[in-house]
Design a protein around this ligand. Sequence first.
Ligand code: HAM
Length: 417
Amino acid sequence: MFAPVRGMKDLYGVPAKKYRYIIDTARRIGEKYGYAEIKTPIVEATEVFHRSIGDETDVVSKEMYSFLDKGGEELTLRPEGTSAVMRAIVSENLAQSFPVKLMYYGEMFRYDRPQRGRYRQFHQLGFECVGDKSPYTDAILLCMATEILNAIGVFDTKVLLNTLGDSETREAYTKGLVKYLSRHEDKLSEDSKRRLSKNPMRILDSKDANDREICQMAPLITDYLSKESEQYFQKVCDLLEKAGINFEIDSFLVRGLDYYSETAFEFKSTSGEYRDSVGGGGRYDSLLSLFGGAEVSGIGFAFGIERLMLLMEDAKFKEIAPKIAVIPVSESENEVAFQLLKSLYEAEISAEFIHMGTLSKKMKVADRLKCSTAVIIGEDEIKNGCFTLKFMNCENEEEKIKTVAKSDLIGFLKHIH
Ligand code: HAM
């Protein structure tokens, strides 16, 4: 017996229905906000992710599924969608004019420690708006994200919001941070000691308990903001307040990927037991140019679909649409039943052909498949040009059975469903 690979799951039943619902809803809302769909390959050249996400991030340094293909090319199963979308905007020449607004969904891969809501193969739903830098764009994006959450029935969430400033801000902040962290260097984890010289801001995202404690007293980026970044962030906050978005400033939020600047955010649930981030994103000032594209800013976010599913109610997705059971009494009626089935499908009526075993066994199968009505076709029915209908959920014995003329059947079934 084979099981799925550790940290990967088969998707079926209620979760499969939720998945479809999330995508359909997001697509509808995304189109309203002007986003077109893009599907990039699951595999990219490894360099695509090294270049954009950053070598010192956990994602690149520990979690990527990288391999050499048979031709010796270094490839990686995508750990996120933003880098691949940037690569595509440049390689497919999609930026005829700005902004370019793209949405995507699909499988992502990170070799992380599996637990509830954290998998090695998971799914993201993402949006990227490239070539438009304005606090209004940031606020509109967050309004869209909130609208999607509400539309799929995830109501109790808040946005944790921070700014990572412009490059001038980060340069000044990095100096202050290194000064502080150097005083505690001997207590830092090995990873963080290395990052102190290579990429000190990554230490703020460390999962190590000691590192976290040290970081609690670290200087805040908000104290180092350039005038422009401060005004920009203030305007984003004002607009979100006006739009009624539930947000909270979290000055320690740095995100786990290197490409962010200015606005950065994560979505958290405020009720229920699942409190990890259900989504995250932010602005990136030079990502497109890293791939050879124009020097323009962009902003985007991605939801983790499995995490959204954890926060959605199951009840609505357990409902089964009404379905007709087409039941020939014996093999001799199979062909008439087959013809009927075809005309039901042509009339867009959902139906099952149940033809194996005795009549009572067939009725049991109809019950198990939760069919609402059984259309029974026997010798007499064929002779008289009619069908016998049995309403599976009807309690009243007299109303449970009804005979309907062949020519009236489709109209009748459409009427009762
Ligand atoms: P991220 O924060 O790394 O951002 O991932 C976004 C979301 O994907 C997370 O909030 C979480 O819900 C989900 N996620 C991440 N890792 C896992 C996992 N191992 N299992 C289940 N769900 C997971 C990004 O990936 C950025 N590309 C988002 C973005 C778009 N920024 C700008 N544009």
